[in-house]
Design a protein around this ligand. Sequence first.
Ligand code: C2E
Ligand code: MG
Ligand code: MG
Ligand code: MG
Length: 270
Amino acid sequence: KGKRSGRHSVLCYEPDMLGDERQRRFVERELRAALMMNELELHYQPIFSADLQIRSHEALVRWRHQVRGMISPAQFIPIAEESDLIDKLGDWVLRRVCADLENLGGKPVAINVSPMQLRHADFAGRFAATLAETDTDPRRIVVEITETVPLNAGDVELENLAALRALGVRIAIDDFGAGHASLQYLRGFAFDIIKIDRSYVVNLGASRIDGMIVSAICDIARSLPVEVVAEGVETQEQFMQLRQAGCTAFQGFLLGRPKPLARAGAAVAA
Ligand code: C2E
Ligand code: MG
Ligand code: MG
Ligand code: MG
């Protein structure tokens, strides 16, 4: 690809355009290797009840690169989603969680599942097989899905979610309100938890509208009824306002950061 630039209309290469594509392929190759070499790790962030008891944890993948240090999932998940890598990564995350579960104080763990994984008709079946094989109680697993694409009745994605739910796995809508299909999601399928996107939480003090939206989401959730988790709680004021609005669970740096298993497990045991 090229770009015409300047008044001379010279067709020239944008150096960072080339770099981006090369960079993407490089990351994909390295990530595939990292997965094979077991170089990914999971960190666990606690999710609290209104009375500040740890109720569950969210598993968040980390890539500790030998040269580049810690790489954020926001940087490599989108690349993994362009190929079968996301399926391999997802399988690895589920197995890791099943193995870690007993060290998290008998509490449930939420895992993030990409919509790409749900496109495979055998996803729920393979998920169930892994739970059975590792002797994991499905009621201790929450699957978080982000509302990126609208899901319609009869879609394979929804069938996978329904099959997981029939096993006892709970389904959470992640980043609720950040996408464009929020309300359609509410009427589209059966789920258990709404996670209010951090972008609403961050503005709570400054924006009256965001406060009203959060309250309205909590009202809808109460009458469904489903649980409402607030993401990205960073201040005491946000926490109080969210509790006031009717959120039932809270996650954020104010209450606890994502930590390696040993430290997350110790916090639950304490
Ligand atoms: P998410 O599922 O919405 O996870 C919450 C993100 O917010 C995490 O970022 C977490 O560290 C961060 N966070 C938690 N509390 C706070 C807070 O108080 N303030 C701020 N500023 N941030 C907070 P992280 O770990 O970088 O993950 C980013 C995203 O990557 C996740 O967003 C999720 O969509 C995706 N992701 C992470 N692990 C996995 C995975 O195992 N599989 C898949 N498919 N996606 C994953
Ligand atoms: Mg999540
Ligand atoms: Mg989220
Ligand atoms: Mg989020």
